[in-house]
Design a protein. Structure first.
Length: 311
């Protein structure tokens, strides 16, 4: 395969117009956007939503502005979801540190004690790796001022302070290796959520968090993990095929369901408001909404209860 040839902005635009049938009315505007976003991020990132499956060219009538609008919509989606994933992450860190310290204590020798974790089977490797990571963060020359403060003033770092340094993925692993008592207490803080269900919620949310943080395409991203079926899926009247929900399992709508479960009522209300505003700002075509896994009646999620007595 030959080398990918470098193209100037003028050549990029000519290629899109002549070889790919993309309508470009304002060439100077297109050059300005390509300079700001880059060809790869904009065109390679979002062209598939507008291409004809047979000819591989753009569908008739598709213009440069259509692609850029989807790019902007996706960018705003990333900002919104990342903001509230971080809120949910904070809630989970607070809950986990509280219940662990309540059972085992808050000193370093407590949370660095391998005996305070579930080390059965493959979890033994995960626990040892997480303890190495946690211990490596406890330094007087840490990049984090609050770590240095606790080390200098108290000589140790409590778990509720240390967890702030760890990523959502690391938090997910630490949760998975907790013993049943701690896991059950954490789940109870968020409602009638089962221990294995919380693990799935964390796994899915971690994957979406990484997509948002790394500025990757979000709207049609799907995870290999899937959240478990629950009453909320049924109350949303989501479609089923052969007994399985067609959306809300490992797509962007599943992330919204996850945040519905892990945020407080006020926090989710703010997320829902931001999301509705985002949808009203852009022309979001039905095909895009379907790729997101959002059902036509997705706004029902803002009105229904996340838990009922049946849950």
């Amino acid at each position: 395969m030959g080398k990918k040839q470098f193209l100037t902005y003028e050549e990029q635009i000519a290629f899109l117009k002549d070889r790919k049938d993309l309508e470009i009315q304002d060439v100077e505007y297109a050059k300005k956007i390509l300079f700001k976003t880059g060809y790869f991020s904009l065109i390679n990132g979002y062209k598939e939503a507008f291409k004809d499956s047979d000819s591989k060219r753009f569908q008739k009538g598709v213009c440069f502005e259509d692609i850029y609008e989807l790019y902007q919509f996706d960018n705003d989606l990333r900002s919104i979801f990342l903001k509230y994933i971080l809120v949910a992450e904070r809630n989970l860190k607070s809950s986990l540190s509280y219940h662990f310290c309540l059972v085992y204590g808050d000193m370093q020798e407590d949370y660095l004690n391998i005996g305070h974790y579930d080390c059965t089977g493959k979890k033994s490797y995960v626990v040892k790796n997480m303890l190495r990571i946690m211990e490596g963060q406890i330094r007087k020359d840490s990049d984090y001022t609050y770590i240095r403060h606790y080390m200098e003033k108290y000589g140790y770092v409590p778990l509720w302070v240390l967890l702030n340094v760890l990523t959502l993925g690391q938090l997910s692993k630490i949760y998975s290796c907790q013993k049943g008592r701690v896991q059950t207490s954490v789940c109870r803080d968020f409602g009638p959520i089962k221990v294995n269900e919380m693990g799935k919620l964390l796994a899915v949310m971690t994957k979406f968090r990484n997509v948002c943080a790394h500025n990757e395409r979000l709207f049609d991203f799907h995870t290999k993990d899937a959240i478990l079926d629950r009453g909320l899926h049924d109350r949303l009247r989501l479609e089923k095929v052969h007994g399985r929900y067609v959306c809300g399992k490992n797509d962007l709508f599943s992330l919204l369901i996850s945040l519905k479960l892990l945020l407080s009522e006020d926090e989710f209300k703010a997320l829902f408001h931001d999301l509705k505003k985002c949808f009203s700002t852009y022309t979001v075509h039905k095909e895009i909404i379907e790729k997101m896994g959002f059902p036509e009646n997705w706004e029902r999620i803002g009105r229904i209860k996340k838990f009922t007595k049946k849950d």
